[in-house]
Write a protein of this length. Structure first.
Length: 481
């Protein structure tokens, strides 16, 4: 399938330039960047109004503020744990996140998690462009289509330039977002009263676990592209440092914004991401709330670019399993453009009820991604311990094959095991009903898929794979293992 680069002596240029790689391996001589950059990248990547909306869930279900925040803390810590450990795969393997799944699911079998992942990318970007347009319409009312087009085009340009520009944009936005939202948070604490808008605020396991699941699912959604942005780091980058900085950035912004969202939802009778921010900010300094809403737009465009880039990588990975695609600039541009068109068409035609069903979207995302993250992490940390024949990931006749039954069986076992525990607006499993609506499905999916994969791969011939790894190293880097 995709051809891989041979090692050369040419060092990467330090200047910003258009990225030419897509799903192919990044040779070690091209690696660059600083590990601490993962922190601001994921801080701003998560510091968007969409994150705040996730914090509205508990209050909407009658959960008091301190229990909502407790559920958010537990959910964010668990979800970010999965995400941050995926980040370590980037420097070790030099590959985008989802194409690594071929080692567990097979070159074509990986289409199963790929489908769910593309759904996540598209769904989030539709929501993001709608929120960003709502923010702009608070100042410039009018038709939505031109703003959709403008923001999608900006996201496409950033995504086409690629990895280094994405990092630079996210890093500089971090300083701006911290400064502005610090003032907004102080204003909220000074002017609002917790639980003032929640009638009979109380604790219930159902509401607590739904808020916890929403927070965890939101964080786990980043797992599908986290090593896309760590794969250019030097091969010997400390695993602890990659995990630490990714965790710090992603968890820090999520805890802040989701908790702020929970506070606003508990204090305001009709909370919404745009109106609430504007109201609270303007109470402290006239016009500051409107300014904050507008400042949030670049962050939304930034994460839209990240999502377009990730959707392109996943889409190319999926197609390449069946029809060879050259991993060059042209395929990147075409892939990103197609993603952008789909986002625009859905945003223009989707009903307003989509915004009201954001929590259902996050839970569905959690259900479909949890078995994948369990299989992928179990393979990397327990079964193969981070050692892969990279060239075979692109080879239909390689050791990973076209369809890998252990990964596929473990994924579907995890998915099926969750069904009785699911709690959605249109379906509630029998166990969830017995627990009065409480949702612990993601815990079941994680455990079942992970354990099943470990059990199904106990007979794996790691000695034969070790020989393939050595051959792959010679092909890619011109050295032995």
């Amino acid at each position: 399938m995709t051809s891989l680069p041979a090692a050369t002596e040419k060092a990467p240029s330090p200047s910003l330039k258009i990225e030419t790689r897509s799903i192919d391996y990044v040779p070690r001589h091209e690696r660059h960047g600083k590990v601490w950059h993962q922190g601001p990248f994921w801080f701003t990547g998560n510091f968007v109004l969409t994150t705040m909306v996730t914090g509205f869930t508990g209050a909407a279900l009658g959960l008091s503020l301190h229990y909502s925040i407790l559920a958010i803390v537990l959910g964010v810590c668990l979800g970010t744990f999965c995400m941050a450990f995926h980040a370590n795969q980037g420097p070790r393997m030099g590959l985008p996140q989802m194409i690594q799944s071929r080692a567990q699911f097979g070159l074509r079998g990986a289409i199963v998690p790929f489908t769910a992942v593309v759904f996540v990318y598209i769904g989030f970007n539709v929501f993001n462009v709608i929120l960003a347009t709502d923010a702009i319409n608070t100042v410039v009312p009018g038709a939505r289509a031109p703003w959709y087009s403008l923001m999608i085009i900006l996201a496409v340009i950033i995504a086409v330039v690629g990895h280094d520009l994405l990092h630079a944009v996210q890093r500089w936005l971090t300083y701006i977002m911290i400064s502005v939202f610090s003032v907004l948070t102080v204003s909220a604490l000074m002017t609002l009263q917790a639980d003032a808008a929640v009638a009979d605020a109380h604790f219930s396991w159902s509401a607590f676990l739904i808020q916890l699941s929403a927070a965890a699912g939101y964080q786990i959604s980043y797992s599908v592209y986290v090593s896309d942005y760590s794969r250019y780091l030097p091969h010997k980058t400390s695993s602890r440092q990659v995990i630490f900085w990714t965790y710090l950035g992603a968890a820090g912004s999520a805890l802040w914004l989701m908790s702020l969202g929970a506070f606003l939802a508990s204090a305001l009778p009709s909370p919404d991401a745009i109106g609430s921010v504007r109201e609270v900010g303007n109470q402290m300094i006239p016009g500051f709330g409107t300014f904050t809403v507008l400042i949030a737009v670049p962050a939304l465009v930034g994460i839209m670019a990240v999502n377009c880039y990730g959707a392109m990588l996943t889409g190319i990975s999926a197609i390449d399993g069946f029809l060879q695609i050259q991993p060059n600039l042209k395929s990147r541009v075409v892939g990103i453009a197609l993603v952008a068109v789909v986002i625009f068409l859905i945003a223009m035609n989707i009903p307003d009820s989509y915004l009201a069903s954001f929590n259902t979207f996050v839970l569905l995302m959690l259900y479909f991604l949890m078995p994948w993250t369990a299989v992928n992490l179990a393979d990397f940390y327990v079964v193969r311990k981070g050692h892969y024949a990279i060239s075979d990931i692109f080879n239909p006749a390689g050791i990973y094959g076209r369809w890998a039954m252990p990964g596929l069986v473990a994924y579907f076992l995890g998915l099926i095991a969750m069904i009785p525990f699911m709690s959605l607006s249109f379906y509630q499993g029998p166990v969830s009903r017995a627990l009065e609506g409480a949702d612990i499905a993601f815990v079941i999916g994680l455990a079942v898929a992970g354990v099943a994969y470990w059990a199904l791969t106990r007979g794996l011939d790691l000695d034969a794979e070790r020989l393939a790894i050595q051959a792959s190293e010679r092909q890619l880097e011109g050295v032995g293992q």
